[in-house]
Design a protein around this ligand. Structure first.
Ligand code: IVH
Length: 716
């Protein structure tokens, strides 16, 4: 099918929803290839094709990091070489834990134990409460005190031999020290990575163009299961011991004594573990740990309760694949408490200023969250544009303890503030009225929630987008200078402001790198580019005004302004006069009154134009540009063409040009365009797939022509 061989659009141009759809499709495709390659040993595509898919997925994830999920193929490549690891049979299976989420389930767990052991009414079994480390479990086999084998959990019965990798982890002793070392033992625990180490590693990976991981757990797993042990050695893996499998002799009779022994022989045992004597104590532990979670430095996804007496553990035994003597009390998956460390302002490509919460990193639903969108200043204030309270009307302050939520792959949200934990020194947040990027004035239009930077032409955050707009078809429309070239020239510092386009030739000396020596360029294409730029040194006023990228000034308003003012000089001087008179209360200048008197130009458009001219650097950018170009009067429609005065409707999918181009060509020829067919329509230009409009044309007896016939008509 033709669609398959189509070159995909640049990742930079994808909208969020396009990216999401493509991400899903790519992930499925890559997974299918993985299966054929790793499981069936029968790949159906070349490595290069596979790599290209993977790279595109990575590029999409780099641009939309919230699309990274734990199951994304980018998160599993580290694990892919696993097919090369030898299999290891665990002498005692590594089973999993039953889960509980509510206080009642925990109470029921203890009750069940008491019933099973037939304990008296006052006989509460001592319980060891441990944080549930979110890493991957490992079984270490020691014989005569020497580490002989390390294996992952695998399916619980058979794991992968990762002995060489594990020997690089500093927390894992190669030799057990101390007393009561059994002849043979399997000691177990969790490999994990500190959150800060994970973030630093991800940053490094991203800079090097390597896989970025969704969370510390994946990062630990990917780092451990490397064929190249040197890679594992370079990763900051850590290990907590908390359990065991086979033991030829057991050095202690209780869980907490066993943990003390593990510490004794050289392991690191989690320091937060406590021995509890009632359900209340156990639940208090759970809540305390929940509060500390954000500041622990490593991820936990709950706590684990274990009956302390090992003889009781043995009596209790297992139900299916989990012990009756232990339970995992999990934290609610998609919400977590953390601290709001700061609020940054991001400036988008259109000048929109979006506040972003900087959070103490916390894992929410399997992904480390350290930023969350705060939408706009009302959201921070806790009262919407419509006067409705947000978060019960509580504002957000730096230093606040907040609840962060993630649902599916949406951007994390700050859903509530724990007001009792607000530090006395926390101050209401003052939203900046200056752009943090260019220092330009930032304004909020009436009825709008967003504050925007007005430095359209000078703000680096907006520059590329403005330049792309500047050269777009309805603006300067320079042949050979499209979005791609603008991006390249901008990235290389060649074109930073509109005027730079027109000084490109002057600056194209051998001292820099000559354009013709750049990849993708040659003598001829550079000559053509310069000629195309020169051809646009004469530009109609309406196109110039549109090109400035002033908010709300589209093609139509640009024409209204151009027709009204007639020349760039009179437009500029009127707008500078109006800008000088602009205050928060309004504008009582004659120039402003004149502007709003133009039919079709309302207050919102007028204010946007005036704000643009109120920024002196915008005016300077315009003046610099005017040194290089000549402004022509508004394009006059031709009155002598075959279609002058006619009303034309375009329908169906046009193949020779876009709908906009078609309309523009019609207007240039003096025709009017309309989007619906009526008896006033003179001509319908129909491409393939035309539907109801074609029928209407039949109904009203309107002449229908093809795209080719239209071309002939306007060219003739
Ligand atoms: S005890 C027979 N203790 O949780 C069960 N597990 O869902 C022995 N985990 O596979 C496990 N912290 O990876 C235990 N303090 C802890 C733990 C812990 C994390 C993990 C472990 C296990 C999973 C079970």
């Amino acid at each position: 099918m033709a669609a398959k061989s189509k070159v995909p659009p640049p990742v930079d141009s994808l909208t969020r929803s396009q990216a999401r759809v493509e991400h899903k499709r790519l992930a499925l495709e890559i997974e299918a290839h993985n299966e054929r390659y790793y499981q069936q040993d029968a790949p159906t595509v070349s490595d290069a094709t596979y790599d290209a898919l993977q790279r595109r997925l990575e590029a999409i994830e780099a641009r939309f990091p919230d699309l990274v999920t734990a199951s994304s193929p980018t998160q599993t490549v580290g694990a892919a070489p696993a097919r090369g690891f030898a299999k290891v049979q665990h002498a005692v299976p590594m089973l999993s834990l039953g889960n509980g989420f509510s206080d009642e389930e925990v109470a029921e767990f203890v009750e069940r134990i008491r019933r099973f052991l037939k304990l008296g009414a006052d006989d509460i079994p001592a319980i060891v409460a441990e944080p549930k480390i979110d890493g991957l479990s490992l079984s270490l086999r020691y014989e005569n005190g020497e580490l002989v084998r390390a294996a992952t959990r695998g399916d619980g019965f058979t794991g992968e031999d990762v002995t060489a990798n594990v020997r690089t982890i500093a927390d894992v002793p190669h030799r057990l020290n101390g007393h009561n070392i059994p002849t043979a033992c399997e000691l177990r625990g969790e490999v994990y990575m500190l959150k800060e180490d994970f973030l630093a590693l991800n940053k490094k990976q991203q800079e090097a163009g390597d896989t970025v991981f969704a969370n510390p757990r994946n990062s630990a797993a990917g780092s451990l299961r490397q064929k190249d042990v040197a890679i594992t050695a370079s990763r900051p893996l850590k290990f907590f011991a908390y359990a065991w499998g086979e033991m030829t002799d057991r050095p202690a009779g209780t869980q907490h004594d066993m943990l003390a022994w593990l510490k004794d022989v050289g392991f690191i045992v989690n320091p937060l573990i406590e021995l509890c004597h009632s359900v209340d104590e156990v639940l208090a532990f759970y809540r305390r740990i929940g509060e500390q979670r954000a500041t622990l430095g490593y991820d936990i996804d709950g706590v684990v309760y274990k009956v302390d007496r090992l003889d009781w553990q043995e009596r209790l035994g297992f139900v299916s694949r989990s012990p009756r003597w232990a339970i995992a009390h999990k934290f609610a998956a998609e919400q977590a408490m953390t601290i709001l460390r700061g609020i940054d302002i991001q400036v988008g490509r259109t000048g929109a200023m979006t506040p972003v919460a900087r959070l103490e990193p916390v894992t929410v639903g399997g992904v480390v969250v350290q930023n969350a969108t705060l939408h706009n200043e009302d959201y921070i204030r806790g009262v919407g544009n419509d006067g409705q309270p947000i978060r019960d009307g509580i504002d957000l302050r730096v230093g606040d303890t907040v609840v962060v939520q993630r649902a599916g792959d949406v951007i994390p949200q700050v859903v509530s503030v724990i007001i009792d934990k607000r530090p006395a020194s926390a101050k209401p947040y003052a939203f900046p009225n200056k752009c943090p990027i260019c220092g330009g004035h930032a304004v909020r239009e009436e009825g709008e929630a967003v504050r925007r930077c007005t430095g359209a032409l000078i703000c680096p955050a907006q520059a590329v987008e403005r330049l792309k707009h500047f050269v777009s078809r309805l603006a300067f429309d320079i042949d050979g200078l499209g979005e791609k070239q603008i991006q390249e020239f901008y990235d290389d510092g060649l074109v930073m402001h509109p005027v730079d386009i027109f000084t490109l030739r002057k600056r194209d000396t051998r001292a820099t790198k000559k354009l013709r020596d750049r990849e993708g360029y040659g003598e001829v294409s550079v000559r053509n580019l310069f000629a195309a730029i020169d051809a646009r040194r004469g530009i109609e006023l309406n196109r110039l005004i549109f090109a400035l990228g002033i908010r709300h000034v589209g093609e139509g308003n640009a024409k209204l302004l151009a027709r009204h003012y007639g020349s760039i000089e009179s437009f500029r001087s009127a707008m500078t006069e109006a800008a000088a008179a602009q205050t928060d209360e309004g504008n009582d200048s004659e120039a402003y009154a004149d502007l709003t008197n133009i039919g079709g130009i309302g207050d919102i458009v007028a204010d946007a134009v005036v704000e643009f001219f109120a920024e002196p650097r915008n005016v300077k950018a315009l003046n610099d540009l005017l040194e290089e170009i000549e402004v022509l009067p508004v394009a006059q429609a031709r009155s002598d063409s075959a279609v002058a005065g006619k009303t034309v409707v375009f329908t169906g999918s046009l193949e020779k040009f876009t709908r906009d181009e078609a309309k523009a060509s019609a207007e240039r020829m003096g025709a009017k365009t309309s989007s619906s067919v009526s008896k006033k329509t003179d001509l319908v230009v129909a491409g393939p797939g035309a539907g109801s409009k074609l029928k209407d044309a039949g109904k009203f007896g309107v002449k229908v022509i093809s795209e080719d016939e239209w071309l002939k008509l306007i060219e003739g």
